[in-house]
Design a protein around this ligand. Sequence first.
Ligand code: CDP
Ligand code: CDP
Length: 207
Amino acid sequence: ADRKLVISLDGPAASGKGTISKLLAAKLKLTYFQSGLVYRNLALSCINNQIVPTDIEAVIRLSQTPRYEETDELFEENVGIVASQIATIGAVRSNLSGYLVKLIESTPRIIMEGRDIGTVIAPSADLKIFIAADINVRAARRYKELSEKGSQYVFDDILSQLKIRDQRDAEREVAPLRPPKDALEIDTTILSPVEVVNKIMKYAFLL
Ligand code: CDP
Ligand code: CDP
C-alpha cells in the first residue's frame, strides 16, 4: 500500500488552487479537499439564515457544525466575500480548522488547498506549495469560469471583489494568508495549469 502523504497548497483567490490540486491528485493518487468549501458553506448558511458577519455569537454557533458540500451557488462571489468576513473570527477558524485537521488525519493520501493549510492546518505536510498570480490575470480567470456557467458578470466587479478578499485574507490577525517558510512558491501568471504541475512534479522526489 502507498504510504501516508499530505500535500498543502495555498494561494490567493482564483490563483488556480483547485485546478492544480485536482491534476496533482490524479497524478499522485491523492484525495482532493478544497478547504474553502467549508468556509463557503458556513457563509451560505449565514446568508440563508439572515445572520450578518458582525453577529459574531450567531456565526460561531453555526460554525460548530461544519459542512463539506458542493453546490453551484457556493461559488458566487458574494458568498466568497461573506466567507472572507467570517474567516476573520478566531473561534470560527478554530471550529472549522478542527474539522479540517480531522479530515487530514482520517485520509491516507491527501492534497488540501486553501489559505492556511501549510501554515496552520498541516504544518508538517510532506510538501507545501504556494501559488500566486497577477491580480488582473486571476480576475480574468474567475470571470471566464463564472461566465461559462451562464450568468452575466461584470469584470470590474469581480476584480474589486477579489482585491477585497485578498486584502482581508492577508491582513487578518488569525492565520493570515502567507507563504509557509518551507513552501515551493510558483507564480502562475504566464503558466498553464499543466506547466505548473510539471514544475511541482520536479519536486516529487521529496515525497
Ligand atoms: O481554486 P482557485 O480559486 O485558486 O482557482 P481555480 O478555480 O482552480 O482556477 C481558476 C481558473 O484559472 C480555472 O478556470 C483554471 O483553468 C484557470 N487557470 C489556472 O487555474 N491555472 C493556470 N496556470 C492558468 C489558468
Ligand atoms: O476559490 P477561491 O480562492 O476564490 O476561494 P476559497 O478557497 O473557496 O475561499 C473562500 C474564502 O474562505 C477565502 O477568501 C478565505 O477568506 C476563506 N478561507 C480561509 O480563510 N481559510 C482557508 N483555509 C480556506 C478559505
